[in-house]
Design a protein around this ligand. Sequence first.
Ligand code: CUA
Length: 324
Amino acid sequence: MQELLRPGAADALAPAGVGAERIASLWWVAIAIAAIVYALTVGALAWGAWRARAHQVPTDAHQLPGDEPRVNAVIVGATAVTVLLLFGFLVTDLITSQRLSAMEKPRALTIHITGHQWWWHAEYADSIPSQRLSTANEIHIPAGTPVQLVLQTADVIHSFWAPSLQGKRDLMPHHANLLFLNASQPGEYAGPCAEFCGLQHARMTLRLVVDPPAAYTRWYAAQLTAAPTPTDSLRHLGEAVFTTKACPLCHTVRGTAAGGSVGPDLTHVASRRWLAAGAIPNTDGTLASWITDPQAIKPGTQMPPTRLTAAELTALVAYLRGLR
Ligand code: CUA
């Protein structure tokens, strides 16, 4: 069994985005009030127990003689405070929801995210078709920029949750849900699927990289280019292995004949830090294991094993690892 891998931060109490900051503030207000109420309740209980003992009240007595008006006042007071507190919670909750929905405008960037068992497809929208970008399992967004996510699923219900950046939103069949991100701090964040979606639910993590705007622009331009043409004989052989085996039935590598859409787009797969939706780090060795026996890494995955000679595997790994 592999150790638990963490592709980036996932901490709702260490917010790095506007939405998560507001949710964290709501949490701190709620936990502070709850802690005060708890402390007062336990304090009152302890004081009552101490007082009963000090006055040597029999254990079956309900109250001290002459205490009735005071007890009634305490009950009425505590009920009033409870109602007021619940009302206060309701108001702060509504204010937070209102501020979260105020993030909807304006938006500079729209990304369509589609959940699959068990990986994430991402499509960056653009009015110019040649500027649209398709990628998988890793998205980059510019810091300090409002981003709209259009969340959909290709199969069952999944849930998008990058706790450091924003609250949770489900990906529903036949219905697009919207979520708005505005990440304030550049860094690497994890979006583990947050709705049980089958055998590999636990290995379905979207990696979110928040870049400074200039770095984001560079990343986007690089991702838009077609796959680099192999420059040496090993990678040429690898490309031939890729295009003649079953790979193109499921995967796209732009710039080649491979145009499948069942599995992740591999045009720049070597630029991603993780493989198989956060299941394994992206190295020569893990990639070779994933190609030859994906079921050993993600039992139930729809990626079939590929039978290759050792020379073919070496060439294919060299080719794919060259797709930066
Ligand atoms: Cu997808 Cu859980």
